[in-house]
Structure formats: structure tokens, C-alpha cells
Write a protein that binds this ligand. Sequence first.
Ligand code: ADP
Length: 192
Amino acid sequence: MNLILLGPPGAGKGTQAQHLVETRGMIQLSTGDMLRAAKDSGTEMGRVVAEVMARGDLVTDEIVIGLIRERLQGETGGGVIFDGFPRTLAQADALEALLAEQGKTLDAVIELRVDDETLVRRIVGRAREAAAAGQPVRADDNEEAVRHRLMEYYKKTAPLIGYYHAKGLLVSVDGLGAIEEVRAAIAAVLDK
Ligand code: ADP
């Protein structure tokens, strides 16, 4: 079972992916996490990526597709959850080609639906809590960058909703409920 979790920043993709990893033995491929690791690597690529991410812009397709290609190679386990990838139509096409090369298929795309004001509130609130506890805060978790990330989502990523709907793979889930309710809705889709 290979699955995409699709949705705007703050929709809960990472939280839900983590639960699927724990309960279903799937692996999570988060391009956001991979890019943050690249950012901390001290390379020139890392420096450029850090600037792009801090603004809330998307990193180039070439970079993220390269990261996913590397990580998918030799992946044989109990299925992959793509979290934060693909984010553009070009990335979606590349993913299809990568999976086909390995004889794999994409089984479902779950869209988590959450309204903008809730997203901004969640992300900015999370950043405030982290700061109050002396924990590191992401450079892109301030209100300005969050609103820019949302705009990027609607311009470049939301077209994937129609793309996967046309392929018969899309299921939309209400992401506004409690974490457990969203979990249950996702489980219902996967166990169908
Ligand atoms: P969120 O979903 O909360 O925005 P992520 O950790 O998924 O958080 O992504 C953080 C940032 O990393 C994005 O704003 C973007 O700059 C970059 N990024 C992550 N995944 C991709 C991707 N697939 N394509 C381009 N940029 C990406």
C-alpha cells in the first residue's frame, strides 16, 4: 500500500503519517524533513534550500525529486506514505514514473481538508508554544511565511486534487476533527 497524504501546511499530514508508521509498519517519506536535514548539512545546496524554505516558497522540483528517488531505491517494506510530496504536477508525474520503474503502484491519495484560518492558528500557535518552552521554532512558522506557504499550496499543489480525482485515487477527509477522529477516517479509507 503506497499512499499520498495531501493537504495544506498545518493540516496534520505529519501527525497522521506518524501514526500509520507506528500501527501499520509503513515508512514515511517527508520531503520537508529531508530538506530540513539537507539545510543542516552545511552544504551550498543546504544554504539555498534554507533561504527558499524560510520564505515559504517551494524548493525546485529537481531537488525534491532527487531526494525521493534516492530514498525510494531499495525500498521494499510494507508501503510508503508520501508526506508533503508531490507538491506540483511535475512532481506527481515524476513519482508515477519512479513507482512504475520499481513495479509499484500508488494506491490512494488522502486529502486532509482544513480551512485557512484554522491552519494559520494551528501553526502560529504551535510556534508560540515551542518558543515559550525554549524549543526551536521553524523559520517558516511565522504568520507571514505561513500565509505565503498557503498561497503556494493553492497555486501549485491544489491542482493535484483534480489530477488524482481524475485518476480515481482521491479521497477527501475532514481534517478539522480531533486527531483520533481524523485517524479513524483515514483507517476507514485504508481498510475498505
Ligand atoms: P508544511 O506542510 O507544514 O508546509 P513541510 O515540512 O512539508 O511543511 O514543508 C516545509 C517547506 O519545505 C515547504 O514550505 C517548502 O519550502 C519545502 N518543501 C517540502 N516539500 C516540498 C516539495 N515536495 N516540493 C517543494 N518544496 C518542498
